[in-house]
Design a protein around this ligand. Structure first.
Ligand SMILES: [Ca+2]
Length: 133
């Protein structure tokens, strides 16, 4: 579905504002924007760099393709590193709507390079939600 209802849009307003925190590659570092602190963060590039999206521990996204984070479009199928600085495990999915291949990223766990140890996962993630898979 391409269009959310008005009620749904209102319900996710705060989450959308948090998720749309985008910084240029030159500004990406361990010290990201305040809204990314204690967050779950997807990065376009390895080593926690490039365009990134931040989610609070209670947030999920069934379709990363609808969040226009990159100049070229969405961050869907672009994640190359990820930080989970929340107290909650997250499940990362290869397909939209929490489907397809998946893996659990434990609380307070980072992956600097999604190509290691298995290059399969690089540039594949399309949906995420809190909780173990
Ligand atoms: Ca990438």
């Amino acid at each position: 579905m391409l269009v959310r209802s008005a009620a749904a849009a209102l319900a996710v307003g705060a989450a959308a504002a948090l998720a749309l925190n985008v910084s240029p590659a030159s500004a990406a570092s361990a010290a990201t924007a305040a809204s990314c602190e204690n967050a779950f963060v997807l990065y376009d590039n390895v080593n926690y760099s490039g365009t990134h999206l931040c989610f609070a521990s209670w947030e999920s996204e069934s379709d990363l393709g609808k969040i226009a984070a990159l100049p070229s479009g969405s961050i869907q199928d672009k994640t190359s590193s990820v930080k989970n600085d929340t107290d909650t495990a997250f499940c990362l999915f290869v397909d939209n709507n929490y489907s397809g291949d998946r893996f659990t990223l434990d609380a307070h766990t980072w992956i600097a390079d999604m190509r290691v140890p298995n290059p399969y996962w690089n540039d594949k993630i399309s949906s995420i939600r809190p909780g173990a898979c």
